[in-house]
Design a protein around this ligand. Structure first.
Ligand code: GLY
Length: 447
């Protein structure tokens, strides 16, 4: 069997590694935007080009007689690469352009959830008129979150929280930022989304779906802020952890079931609209004192969250992919091992706003149980260089979170070069803070 992967980040590196573990020993090919050394090492052949270039992907697929395509990032989904491949009979793990609007157009999913009154909704409104946006924020009166409508790699979101460096200090600043989005047309839309700022703990629930059946993966908590203690600007995600029982230390099984219900309801709502959503669905949630509320959907694995779940997948990933494209997910059990994981990203200093570019790094004395997944790096004749974004994901898998965190941290310290990372991700101290925070909120709700 020949499988083509599209994408070149750490998420795609772990997807490729998981496919390579298959008992079917698939022959692996890749279309990459950059020469990720981890992906290139696993691929029988590859081509470098734009991952949104459907013509390039189609001609490479035909030339190599590809049987199945797995799409990693959102940009090819938005560009309609799935539709183009399926039109010539090549099945694709990834939603169609229309279904991917779940991620690529935030107003689409807001309207869908409103129409079907699905659970987990929050107060949110889309504006294309700056005056209306300002009056809404004034009359709402409570702190808000402002988001551009399209794809920004997680970096366009700003929240009103005077306690946080690098975020908005007041609703007045939120109005200014909302106006700027509408005027400049960030991410392809002259529209801004205003949401209520929720109090709680964020978490990620990813699931496989064939359009009818939803099979959840272990829960993960990502860390979006650039600096320790959750300060600084938003990033694509600085690191993440998952626990051995597949819950998170601040969550109950009931919280998880409520989040699964949100995803099931949205997949069912899409079906009612005549849209089959198949592939990976990602729910970004806030656990509030009233339960999980949806912040965003993504139409793909999370990055870094893929690095937490895929190393634990015991079921053959090729079987999972086949079940997705053949609409047979109900026929297979999907098993993840009961291990904890911690992922920490090494990024260039100054990331995300002013990353120092083209810095050389070297990996020395990597602990043997650590896993490294390459992201924005460039392998040149004279060594490995960071480009401008997240560079290497360092992952520890262990029986406990403590064990996993130690491995991930040791892997980070084996990288020699001008890197920045968050040491606090996955540590007992930070996790305990999350647990206490949720306890306080739940107590408030009781009193
Ligand atoms: N970790 C956030 C994302 O993948 O969008």
């Amino acid at each position: 069997m020949k499988i083509l992967l599209i994408g070149n980040g750490a998420r795609e590196h772990v997807i490729f590694e998981t496919l390579a573990r298959s008992k079917y020993k698939p022959r692996l090919y890749a279309v990459v935007g950059a020469r990720n050394p981890g992906i290139l090492e696993l691929s029988e052949d590859f081509t470098v080009g734009k991952v949104t270039d459907a013509d390039l992907i189609l001609s490479f697929s035909k030339k190599k007689n590809i049987d199945l395509v797995v799409i990693g990032p959102e940009a090819p989904l938005e560009a309609g690469v799935t539709d183009a491949l399926e039109d010539i009979g090549i099945p694709c793990v990834g939603p169609s352009k229309s279904a991917a609007r779940l991620e690529t157009d935030k107003s689409f999913v807001k309207n869908l959830m409103e129409k079907y009154k699905t659970s987990g909704r929050i107060v949110s409104k889309v504006f294309d008129d700056a005056d209306e946006l300002c009056s809404f924020i004034d009359s709402f009166g409570k702190p808000v979150v402002i988001k551009p409508l399209g794809l920004t790699g997680g970096k366009g979101v700003k929240i009103v929280d005077p306690k946080l460096d690098g975020q908005l200090k007041s609703n007045e600043e939120a109005k200014k930022y909302g106006k700027e989005i509408i005027e400049k047309g960030i991410s392809g839309f002259n529209k801004a989304l205003v949401e209520e700022r929720l109090e709680g703990e964020e978490f990620t629930l990813q699931a496989f779906t064939d359009g009818s059946v939803v099979k959840p993966m272990p829960l993960v908590q990502d860390h979006k802020f650039a600096y320790e203690g959750d300060n600084g600007p938003f990033t694509g995600g600085m690191g993440s952890y998952s626990d051995s029982n597949h819950l998170l230390p601040f969550m109950t099984a009931e919280d998880r079931d409520a989040a699964i219900k949100v995803i099931e309801e949205v997949v069912a709502a899409m079906r009612k609209e005549g849209i089959t959503y198949k592939g990976i669905i990602y729910g970004g949630f806030m656990l509030t004192k009233e339960g999980p509320k949806i912040l965003e959907f993504n139409a793909r694995f999370g990055d870094p969250e893929a690095m937490n779940v895929l190393p634990l997948l015991e079921t053959d990933f090729v079987d999972v992919c086949q079940a997705i494209v053949n609409k047979k997910l109900s026929d297979i059990d999907i098993i993840f091992s009961n291990m904890a994981t911690v992922c920490k990203y090494a990024v260039p200093k100054g990331y995300p706003e002013n990353p120092v570019t083209n810095q050389k790094i070297a990996i020395k004395n990597l602990p043997k149980d650590a896993r490294l997944y390459y992201a924005s790096v460039d392998k040149r004749q004279d060594g490995l260089y960071m480009t401008r974004s997240r560079a290497i994901a360092c992952v520890g898998v262990g029986k406990t979170l403590e064990e996993a965190e130690k491995i991930a941290q040791a892997a980070l310290t084996s990288i020699d070069g001008p890197i920045h990372y968050r040491s606090d991700i996955g540590t007992r101290a930070l996790i305990q803070k999350r647990v206490e925070h949720m306890k306080e909120l739940r107590n408030e709700a009781k009193n």
